[in-house]
Design a protein around this ligand. Structure first.
Ligand code: WT7
Length: 635
């Protein structure tokens, strides 16, 4: 018997030991007892971190939507699968049962087939947080098409580069989207982006805002009339366990975003098993993850993990401050939410508001509180624990990444004693390692260094879309034979992990993972700019804010600087999206560089944080003279 649901600490240790000593037996049992396979695997795991090549459940066949939908129809057909709460609180919530989900997914799958989409084709999904978004993911999975969701806050340029990188044939989008009081012209952004995407032959449009749009004859079609005509049954495409399920782009410290490829069998087993345990989900609970499905958190813990467990997953279209800052708590009360999973940036923003916003709502349904996306600071942790959880709902501070597919280091609520700012213990099957400055693994406790994982887990990304070499270089080359996370970590005296933040040039702003390179590339495209460097500085709510150092081709008069700042942020908005805008832009006469010409971001980061005393020895720089000037003019 596999221990699918862990309920106390001794059990955790016992199951953990088994998962590490006999990983194949352990995961084989979990997979066998709790999922529907069309054919069993020949081998649970084969792996090699050198090439690297990782295969879970090789030879097995399945369709993930049979696991997320069909197999629940008998006993949970009338249970709510997706509970949709619209942006506007006056608009009615929608309860989509498993039966209805089945029919809508099948219909959309048939529409996709009619559009010529086949197994292995890539479909780009650029939608707001409305039910069609979840349905679109599942419709792709139903027919074996690989979905590539692009967060609907990304710009036209970011959209088109992602579409082209994975040669998507079709785009599913909507006329527009709502965000609080605003509505956003999504279709306009798609039209702009598709000017550079000759491979996209059709666009399916969901009607949401009823805004007027430009209809591109021969390419665009409204989705609903096609759905109305489509058959509500669609036989699931039988997939190999290692067939790709989706691509999801994530920023790296250099170059273009990386199209992380997740495969079918292992991802399903891992997201379902983590969901069940990390949130201690029991039948009839209402689970709410506030992330957008445009990020991995939404893929794994709004769609696949919850549905594979037959859960009710709440999906919220809006924002935390519309109509006012009580919106989250109003939803918790209205739908009697039992597990609530959000990001530290939201917690910090909400904690700053008047206490009346939380006090006026009944939060007693809450059993488990989750946090994800960046380190949660002590103050925010206590507010979440005391004000929202009333010290009764444990906080699960879950550390993981787009690349890991599911939660990796986390307390198990009611099982693992929590500790503020600590993600605590590795999840079942996860073998973390801390590496020292010489590249050696450090053993024992009370140590810090860089965080690696030394054994495969079923949810890990298998490659970067059409760039396996980059996958190898990014994750498996810094420490041979280890998966390198890019994060720093501290292991305390009892073996609890605290994640200390990125050690590379990735900056996490409001929980969004942003690489410095693409931001600098956008800045450098401004005709007046010669070069630039972007660093992160601590920010009360966003966690980190972006601070840019920009050298102009000609030192202009300061009165034009404000205009330039606007134009630079405009360029960033166009290339990446408003989330990557700089809070501060300092114009400099040069940037500090090593003798080999590499910009010393470390020094710039210290200056931006006004930590002038600890710049270290700057005399070995190529151009030490610029440092004083930059210090003097810091904003
Ligand atoms: C990076 C991954 C995993 C879904 C959301 C982000 C940081 C994530 C935590 C946490 C400290 C965290 C790490 C990680 N991060 N969760 N609980 N404590 N840091 O996915 O965009 O791929 O970002 O987010 O730095 O490497 P992502």
């Amino acid at each position: 018997m596999s221990n699918y649901h862990i309920k106390h600490l001794e059990e955790y240790y016992q199951v953990y030991r088994k998962s590490v000593r006999e990983p194949e037996n352990f995961w084989g049992e979990v997979a066998e007892e709790h999922f529907l396979w069309r054919k069993k695997w020949d081998k649970v795991l084969s792996w090699n971190f050198k090439t690297p090549e990782i295969k879970w459940f090789e030879g097995a066949q399945l369709n993930i939507t049979e696991n997320c939908i069909d197999r629940h129809l008998l006993n949970r057909g009338d249970k709510t699968a997706i509970l949709f709460e619209p942006n506007n609180p006056d608009e009615e919530a929608e309860h989509i049962t498993y039966k209805q989900l089945h029919s809508r997914v099948c219909k959309m799958a048939n529409v996709l087939k009619d559009q010529g989409i086949k197994k292995g084709d890539r479909v780009c999904i650029y939608l707001p947080m409305i039910p069609e978004l979840s349905i679109a993911l599942l419709a792709c999975a139903r027919i074996g098409a690989i979905h590539s969701v692009v967060f609907a806050g990304f710009s036209a340029t970011a959209l088109s580069s992602r579409i082209n990188d994975s040669d998507c044939k079709l785009v599913i989008t909507s006329d527009g989207s709502y965000r609080g009081t605003k509505s956003i012209d999504l279709k306009g952004i798609v039209d702009e982006g598709l000017k550079d995407c000759p491979g996209v032959k059709s666009v399916l449009l969901v009607k949401r805002t009823h805004a007027e749009i430009n209809f591109h004859e021969g390419r665009d079609q409204w989705l609903q009339p096609l759905m109305d005509k489509a058959d509500s049954n669609c036989a699931p495409e039988i997939m190999d366990a290692e067939d790709p399920l989706f691509i999801l782009y994530t920023s790296g410290s250099t170059g273009n975003p990386k199209g992380m490829v997740h495969t079918t069998g292992g991802y399903m087993v891992y997201t379902a098993y983590t969901f069940k345990n990390v949130f201690q989900y029991t039948e009839n609970d209402v689970f709410w993850c506030t992330a957008d499905i445009g990020w991995i958190t939404g893929h794994s813990y709004i769609v696949y993990g919850p549905l594979a467990n037959g859960a009710t997953s709440l999906m919220f279209e809006g924002v935390p401050n519309y109509p006012d800052y009580s919106r989250f708590w109003q939803i918790v009360e209205k739908h009697k939410v039992n597990q609530f999973y959000t990001a530290p940036t939201a917690i910090r923003a909400l904690a700053k508001q008047n206490i009346s916003f939380t006090e006026k709502h009944d939060l007693t349904s809450l059993k488990v509180l989750g946090s994800v996306g960046e380190p949660i600071n002590e103050e925010a942790w206590h507010w979440y624990n005391d004000v929202i959880g009333k010290k009764k709902s444990p906080i699960v501070d879950t550390w993981w990444q787009t690349e890991t597919g599911g939660i990796m280091i986390t307390p198990i609520p009611f099982v693992t004693p929590t500790k503020p700012t600590f993600a605590t213990l590795p999840f079942i099957g996860i073998q973390p390692a801390i590496m020292d400055a010489n590249g050696q693994e450090v053993t024992g406790n009370q140590v810090d260094g860089r965080l690696c994982i030394k054994f495969p887990w079923p949810g890990m990304a298998r490659t970067i879309w059409r760039n396996h070499q980059r996958y190898k270089e990014t994750y498996f080359s810094t420490y041979p034979e280890y998966y390198f996370t890019g994060d720093g970590a501290f292991r305390d005296e009892v073996g609890y992990y605290r994640i200390t933040g990125r050690v590379d040039d990735v900056i996490i702003v409001s929980g969004h993972n942003l690489g410095t390179a693409p931001i600098e590339d956008s800045i450098n495209e401004h005709p007046a700019v010669s070069e630039s460097a972007v660093v992160g500085v601590p920010h009360d709510i966003k966690g980190s804010a972006l601070y840019g150092f920009v050298t102009l081709k000609e030192t202009g008069e300061s009165r034009i600087h404000d205009n330039l700042r606007k134009e630079i942020n405009q360029m960033i908005t166009e290339h990446i999206g408003p989330i990557a805008k700089l809070d501060k832009i300092q114009f400099t006469n040069g940037l500090p560089k090593t003798r080999s010409g590499k910009i010393m971001r470390r020094i710039l980061r210290k200056i931006a944080c006004r930590d002038m005393e600890n710049l270290g020895d700057t005399s070995t720089l190529l151009n030490p003279e610029v440092v004083d000037d930059i210090k003097k003019n810091v904003l």
